[in-house]
Design a protein around this ligand. Structure first.
Ligand SMILES: *[C@@H]1O[C@H](CO)[C@@H](O)[C@H](O)[C@H]1NC(C)=O
Ligand SMILES: *[C@@H]1O[C@H](CO)[C@@H](O)[C@H](O)[C@H]1NC(C)=O
Ligand SMILES: *[C@@H]1O[C@H](CO)[C@@H](O)[C@H](O)[C@H]1NC(C)=O
Ligand SMILES: *[C@@H]1O[C@H](CO)[C@@H](O)[C@H](O)[C@H]1NC(C)=O
Ligand SMILES: *[C@@H]1O[C@H](CO)[C@@H](O)[C@H](O)[C@H]1NC(C)=O
Ligand SMILES: *[C@@H]1O[C@H](CO)[C@@H](O)[C@H](O)[C@H]1NC(C)=O
Ligand SMILES: *[C@@H]1O[C@H](CO)[C@@H](O)[C@H](O)[C@H]1NC(C)=O
Length: 680
């Protein structure tokens, strides 16, 4: 019985292998060669994509910079924004059929947009903005039925907008500003029922604004500044309020817009008055005269192409779904690797480029970026306990984050961990912040949990907790950002292990006040006052204690674990175990409690007293026997109160007691600290 079921299973897997392996191996080698062709063209000097190696066996394991694969080993995203790529986009990009996101913005790419890119029927996000791309927009792009975001702004594109783009039923954002495009705005763009933002500003478009574009149901933002548009502005655009920007088009006229003159329709004006008045919405859009194209000669005779419908994907999807189940556990590991090989993406931007990017980012126009942010915060979902008020005060645009950090310039990189990077940044109001970037794959994949975590973070307020200013999740970058106040004096780790003369030695009163401040922060966390629940920090260490300009301590990363994936939490705990902060019972119970926070706090007291990151047995014995010379920092040169020091040593010892029920609660620690330190 056992044997036969074994052989049955074995046969099953053999068949499965036969079915899957040959094709996937073949796919792998052709995909690899496509990737290498793409690399040779994007990065002709092989300066940036050296990780895309020809002898690699696995381009999905995180070793190829910027490549993300799905569970079937197909390349779904290429994220190489801001890398300083200076080649061209090759036609072979069209061979990477599974791509859903292509992010090549903020580079120096030249050449044209290859029409073969339209073979990427799965593509939803195409970001080629801020490059030096020239030539015309290929009409074939109209075949990309899954396209949601088309970012071509800040390039050198010429020609006119292909009418075929009107077939992009899912298109949400169309950004073409700052090119050299001309011709009329095709009336077919009015067919884009899902369009919310369109920016055509700073080009050379002429003719009038198509009425059915003005009636486009989801349109929220339309920028046509600095073109040579003329004629009647449809009244329907008035509903966009500030979302409609039309300055510097000398020929525009209309009623209802304060800066426009009423149209006069002299003989030379090419625009006939609308039969039912401007912007009438009673008309079905198809019957509206396409006045937009009157001036454009025969350039854009609005032929509406049939919307291309791609069905082949469905059968493929079924196969992939089955395969996906078998590869799931493997994928979890892969995802992990992608998450941990975080790279500070813009290390290769030259100074000039950074300046250029900054200059450009200063423009509000570029804010079309990533308008459909990472989904947890998408409009439909935010009901999830967030009040509108909280959301508005805490939610940042990716735009703000990018310009604050000068597009994640390496000069602003403060530090990196296995799952995050921290950048210094300056907000538009001039305040300085620290921005923690966490890869999406390191975040809790349960979106509801993630949102609850974010909400919790926004509710934490205490003078000894690092203040959260806001957050931002970017689908485009696959990252979540937490924006904190920047504190100028670094973290506590920087005041430990100072060699005499070098490094900063904290005075005794500063040390005692830091100890008390940390305790207050922990007391706040562990308590459930106000609208916050009792919370365990789980990862207290000297590195998490920041020191502000008044040398007040600020505990950081409070509640952060609520946002993270389990395996990331686990790996950070391994880190704190290595540093000696992890309470001994964790190894048997696997649980973090208030008492494990107390243990870590005890370690920190020892570190502050001794000025050392590593606590020795001698230090502990000294604390036990009240021999302050055995555990106090020699850098203090005896400048401390012996009685206070001895008492603090006792508290540290108690907090780090092996048995968790012998450790005091934070309230008791607080009382003892008040008794000890208030007398000074
Ligand atoms: C990925 O696979 C390659 C072999 O193709 C190996 O050299 C590399 O170390 C792997 N990288 C990771 C991050 O596992
Ligand atoms: C690819 O990018 C999209 C966003 O465009 C994201 O939703 C998806 O998770 C990414 N896929 C991988 C495997 O990183
Ligand atoms: C794109 O698809 C067309 C047919 O749909 C095919 O003829 C062409 O070779 C493809 N090009 C690339 C680069 O895949
Ligand atoms: C793609 O678009 C071009 C030009 O618009 C058209 O001629 C062609 O038939 C389309 N191809 C497919 C596969 O729909
Ligand atoms: C518009 O978007 C919705 C939601 O993504 C989608 O269901 C619908 O099919 C889109 N409309 C068209 C014409 O593609
Ligand atoms: C906008 O257009 C005007 C002419 O209408 C031109 O003088 C001006 O330089 C343009 N502004 C920019 C920023 O290009
Ligand atoms: C319009 O053009 C003038 C120069 O002619 C320029 O100073 C101004 O900034 C432009 N306005 C906008 C909104 O671009």
């Amino acid at each position: 019985m056992g044997n036969s079921s074994f052989s049955l299973v074995f046969t099953f897997f053999t068949i499965l292998q036969l079915l899957i392996l040959p094709t996937s191996a073949e796919t792998d080698s052709t995909t690899l060669s496509s990737l290498l062709t793409v690399k040779a063209s994007l990065d002709p000097q092989d300066l940036i994509l050296s990780s895309w190696s020809s002898n690699a066996t696995d381009f999905c394991n995180g070793s190829f910079q910027g490549i993300a694969c799905n569970e079937n080993g197909q390349v779904v995203n290429i994220s190489l924004q801001g890398k300083g790529l200076n080649g061209k986009i090759p036609p072979e990009i069209g061979l990477l059929k599974s791509l859903s996101g292509l992010y090549l913005h903020f580079n120096k790419l030249h050449g044209v947009v290859p029409k073969e890119i339209a073979n990427l029927t799965e593509l939803s996000d195409l970001y080629l903005n801020v490059n030096d791309i020239s030539g015309e927009i290929p009409p074939e792009l109209g075949n990309m039925s899954n396209l949601q975001v088309l970012q071509l702004c800040y390039n050198k594109l010429t020609g006119s907008i292909p009418t075929q783009l009107g077939s992009l039923g899912k298109l949400n954002v169309l950004a073409l500003q700052y090119n050299q495009l001309s011709g009329a705005i095709p009336a077919s763009l009015g067919d884009l029922v899902n369009l919310t933002r369109m920016d055509l500003s700073f080009n050379a478009f002429f003719g009038s604004i198509p009425v059915n574009l003005a009636n486009s149901p989801k349109l929220e933002f339309l920028d046509i500044r600095n073109n040579t548009l003329s004629g009647n502005v449809p009244l329907a655009l008035k509903r966009l309020n500030e979302g409609f920007q039309y300055a510097n088009n000398s020929g525009l006229c209309g009623v209802g817009f304060s800066t426009l003159n009423v149209c006069t329709y002299s003989g030379t004006n090419p625009n006939k008055p609308e039969p039912f008045g401007p912007g009438s919405s009673r008309l079905p859009s198809k019957s509206i005269p396409e006045s937009a194209n009157i001036q454009s000669n025969s350039l854009n005779q609005s032929r509406r192409p049939q919307t291309a419908i791609v069905v082949g994907g469905i059968g493929l999807f079924a196969v992939l779904a089955v395969t996906g189940v078998f590869i799931f556990s493997w994928y979890r590991r892969q995802k992990q690797k992608i998450g941990s090989t975080y790279d500070a993406s813009d290390s290769r931007l030259s100074t000039d480029q950074v300046k250029e990017v900054c200059r450009r980012s200063a423009s509000p126009l570029i804010s079309l970026e990533y308008s459909h942010g990472w989904d947890p915060l998408a409009r439909g979902q935010i009901g999830n306990g967030f009040s509108q008020e909280v959301l508005e005060s805490f939610m940042f645009n990716l735009d703000e984050v990018e310009s604050a950090t000068q597009y994640f310039s390496e000069t602003n990189l403060l530090g990196k961990s296995s799952f995050s990077a921290i950048y210094k940044g300056m907000l538009r109001d001039g305040s300085v912040v620290a921005i923690k970037c966490i890869s999406k794959s390191s975040c809790n994949s349960d979106e509801a949990e993630f949102l609850r975590g974010l909400k919790l973070l926004t509710s934490l307020k205490h003078e000894n907790l690092l203040k959260l200013r806001g957050f931002c999740c970017s689908k485009g970058r696959g990252e979540c950002f937490l924006i904190y106040d920047f504190v100028p004096n670094g973290n506590l780790l920087q005041y430990l292990d100072t060699k005499d003369g070098k490094g900063k030695v904290l005075e005794w009163p500063t040390r005692t006040s830091i100890i008390k401040g940390i305790a207050r922060g922990i007391e706040y966390l562990h308590g459930n006052k106000g609208n916050k629940p009792a919370l365990v920090h789980r990862n207290i260490s000297a590195e998490k204690v920041f020191i502000d300009q008044h040398y007040h301590p600020m505990l950081s990363d409070c509640g952060l674990y609520k946002l993270l994936a389990d395996d990331i939490i686990f790996s950070t705990l391994k880190g704190s175990a290595a540093m000696g902060y992890l309470a001994p019972e964790y190894t048997t119970t696997g649980r973090c409690t208030e008492k494990s926070d107390i243990y870590a706090f005890g370690m920190i007291i020892f570190q502050i007293l001794s000025g050392k990151s590593q606590i020795s047995q001698l230090n502990r014995q000294g604390a036990e026997l009240g021999r302050t010379e055995d555990f106090m920092d020699a850098n203090l040169k005896g400048n401390f109160r012996d009685s206070e020091a001895a008492k603090l040593g006792e508290i540290a010892l108690l907090c780090t007691h092996e048995a968790l029920n012998r450790r005091p609660t934070i309230e008791i620690v607080m009382q003892q600290l008040n008794d000890v330190i208030c007398s000074s």
